[in-house]
Ligand binder design. Structure first.
Ligand SMILES: O=C(CO)[C@@H](O)[C@H](O)COP(=O)(O)O
Length: 225
């Protein structure tokens, strides 16, 4: 089942609660929350206090919970991961190159009751999955270099999505394959055809006045896959 996860990095931070409610009412399946520390990436965003503040807004108009999907672009990882688990994150992903003890961090996140995942930058090999995939609930492939919204999709990541899909299918487990960066109505079907099932989109959704129009258009493209 496909999931669309709007990245609130491109939302109006002065109206974050309303933005989250609006994008959920427009059809968002997850809320994607980008955490940048001006160390692992050259940008600084939002922390656990903001996650805790928006958590009560992560519900559909009929009261169903919408997962809060936290992408940590931080180094070190462990302490912040635990703070986000406490703040209400449902999924926490981190970059394996930002943490020495990747296996331990995955376990910490799972022990805190969250789904755990690894994030791979466009030039980062997938090798570490050989030893970690058993503890991974989600794999996030970056299709831009992390740090900023509004960048263009890097085409060579399509081959990486295909390779990751094969690795996931070989496990027989239900591991989500999320792709993030430069996803728009006009390329989402190519990303899905390559094997992704979860799509992060920031500027494509929040830079338009009608979020529902964009999300519906994305779903329309996904139906053709
Ligand atoms: O993590 C990041 C960037 O580092 C992403 O989540 C972006 O926020 C996606 O934005 P668009 O490329 O869709 O505008």
């Amino acid at each position: 089942m496909f999931r669309i996860a709007p990245s609130i990095l491109s939302a109006d931070f002065a109206e974050l609660g309303a933005e989250v409610r609006n994008v959920i009412a427009s059809g968002a399946d997850w809320i994607h929350f980008d955490v940048m520390d001006n160390h692992y990436v050259p940008n600084l965003t939002i922390g656990p206090a903001v996650a805790a503040a928006i958590k009560p807004h992560c519900v559909t108009p009929t009261g169903e919970a919408v997962p809060l999907d936290v992408h940590l672009m931080v180094q070190p990882v462990d302490e912040l991961a635990m703070a986000f688990a406490k703040a209400g994150a449902d999924l926490i992903t981190f970059h394996p190159d930002a943490e020495r003890h990747v296996d331990r961090t995955l376990q910490l996140i799972r022990d805190a009751g969250c789904k755990a995942g690894l994030v791979f930058n466009p030039a980062m090999p997938l090798d570490i999955l050989e030893w970690t995939i058993d503890k991974v609930d989600i794999i996030l492939l970056m299709s831009v270099n992390p740090g900023f919204g509004g960048q263009s999709f890097i085409d060579h990541t399509l081959r990486k999505i295909e390779a990751t899909r094969k690795l996931i299918d070989a496990t027989g487990r239900d591991i989500r394959l999320e792709v993030d960066g430069g996803i728009k109505v006009d390329n989402i079907s190519r990303v899905a055809s390559a094997g992704a099932d979860t799509f992060v989109a920031g500027s494509a959704i929040f830079n338009q006045p009608d979020y529902k129009y964009v999300i519906d258009a994305m779903r329309g493209e996904l139906e053709k896959v």
